[in-house]
Design a binder for this molecule. Structure first.
Ligand code: FAD
Length: 451
């Protein structure tokens, strides 16, 4: 008999899973239907800031595959369909067709919840005023691009996370007056230690972006639409406000269906992406994953992890076997030509997780110091005292700095010690690094500190 797979959410995790399952099982063995609330599937949210900046056009360039292309592969994609409820006893989902509000039920043998994450919306007065935006979907990106196109004016970004900063950079590139308000002493506080994050603040200020730290928004001001943002020192005029306060897993559908939610606030799954409820799977931002260093559940909102967990679910749904090997939370971004990256645990997170952790820091340049394009770069490596096992790294620097994090990711993934990495045979030529790449020097500092 033909099985039926329903996928809820048609982006990175959902469509990776659908594609992998389809590769392994033809339509007469497995029917696949994907329901997606928005007008888009398989899109790159990661590229949205670059569309707002005018670097990537048209918006459709951010779409990897259209519903029609999925149809050709035997995957039935229904956009503008929202799954409203899930009944695990009768194996039924209830769907609302958004164009005419028509409600109907669909039966599944397997359902994959891939509902992603949603922007944090703090209880600030005025947050629902026209002109207050968030950046998650392609529709959000189109709205912000239209605003940026209307010509330079003033925009306030509330929050110093990477999506907020990428949006700030996009508006700055379009000639806008940009203010970023961070409640923390720095920005990117879930990627960087405070001292390194201050390098990012300095780079933004140098570029002309006003960064106001240690400050909370009192309210967003306006009558028909946003006019200003109020902080303790007064009002900051703004024709647009972007909320960049992070994201939280979209788990309401799962919670209402009685699917267990873990300590991180995301859906509990095993390493095959099965939830504890028979026939129900979850992947992507809405699901927990295991942190490879702590062994504990975590919930990261990264396209890399969403694609991989979706792939694991799809391989298993397709009848083969795969397990997700865990995450190190490797992340990278660019802010005003500074590249920022992190992987694993910061020193303080490692200590909080029970490691006897220490850090070593190296300051130098991205390429040989005498080359005209050379830029400052700082790398911090974290290691366990005694064993010298690498636990984490952070990088801030000019062009070429950021992807060096992948050396650390590979080293940590393979349980390397700091002194191993110091002596690893890394390549060198003046346009690429110093003779001792700063990666090796940071590893040496971490090795010294952790002996
Ligand atoms: P999502 O991409 O959120 O997709 C979930 C989908 O489910 C959505 O399309 C939603 O409409 C749909 N949905 C939700 N509920 C329902 C329902 N009840 N019925 C039907 N449909 C529903 N990650 C990186 O690794 N690197 C980056 O550089 C990066 N940059 C980013 C920049 C921005 C602006 C944003 C917003 C995210 C960025 N990310 C980045 C994160 C990355 O995009 C996400 O981790 C990834 O998209 C998660 O994939 P997902 O499939 O789990 O969820």
């Amino acid at each position: 008999m033909t099985d039926r797979l329903i996928v809820v959410g048609g982006d990175a995790a959902g469509m990776s899973a659908a594609s992998q399952a389809r590769r392994r099982r033809p339509p007469d063995d497995l029917e696949i239907v994907a329901y997606e609330r928005s007008s888009w599937v398989s899109y790159s949210a990661c590229g949205e800031p670059y569309h707002i900046a005018g670097e990537v056009d048209p918006l459709e360039a951010l779409v990897a595959r259209t519903p029609e292309q999925f149809e050709e592969r035997g995957i039935d994609v229904r956009i503008r369909h929202e799954v409203m409820a899930l009944d695990t006893a009768s194996r039924t989902v209830t769907i609302r067709r958004l164009d005419d509000d028509y409600l109907f039920d669909d039966h599944y043998d397997h359902v994959l919840i891939a509902t992603g994450a949603k922007a944090v919306r703090p209880p600030i007065t005025g947050r629902d005023l026209p002109g207050v935006h968030e950046l998650r979907t392609l529709d959000d990106a189109a709205d912000l691009r239209a605003i940026a196109d209307r010509g330079p004016d003033s925009v306030v970004i509330v929050g110093g996370g990477y999506i907020g900063l990428e949006t700030a950079e996009a508006f700055e590139a379009r000639g806008w007056n940009v203010t970023v308000i961070s409640a923390h002493p720095g920005v990117l506080d879930n990627m960087l230690d405070r001292d390194l994050s201050l390098d990012v603040v300095a780079a933004m200020r140098e570029r002309g972006i006003d960064v106001i730290t240690d400050t909370r928004v009192n309210c967003i001001v306006g009558t028909d639409r946003v006019r200003a943002v109020e902080i303790a020192s007064g009002e900051l005029p703004a024709v647009a406000v972007v909320l960049g306060l992070g994201s939280t897993p979209e788990i309401e559908l799962a919670r209402a269906a009685g699917i267990p939610i873990g300590p991180t606030g995301a859906i509990v799954v095993d390493d095959t992406q099965r939830t504890p409820v028979d026939g129900v799977w979850a992947a992507g931002d809405c699901a927990e994953v295991r942190h490879r260093l702590t062994g504990r559940p975590t919930n990261v909102h990264l396209g890399t992890v969403a694609n991989k967990t979706g792939r694991v679910a799809g391989i298993n749904l397709g009848g083969d076997a795969a397990t997700f090997p865990g995450t190190l939370g490797a992340a990278i971004t660019r802010v005003c030509e500074l590249e920022v990256a992190s992987v694993g645990l910061s020193e303080s997170d490692a200590v909080a997780a029970g490691f006897d952790a220490v850090a070593g820091t190296a300051r130098g340049t991205t390429i040989a110091g005498y080359m005209p394009q050379t830029r400052p770069m700082t790398i911090r490596a974290v290691a366990e005292r005694g064993t010298q096992r690498l636990l984490g790294a952070q990088i801030v620097g000019g062009p070429g700095a950021g992807k060096r994090i992948d050396v650390f990711a590979t080293a940590i993934w393979n349980d390397m010690r700091a002194d191993d990495l110091e002596w690893t045979d890394l390549s060198y030529a003046p346009p690429f690094s110093g003779t001792w790449d700063l990666v090796a020097i940071a590893a040496r500092e971490a090795s010294r500190a952790s002996r």
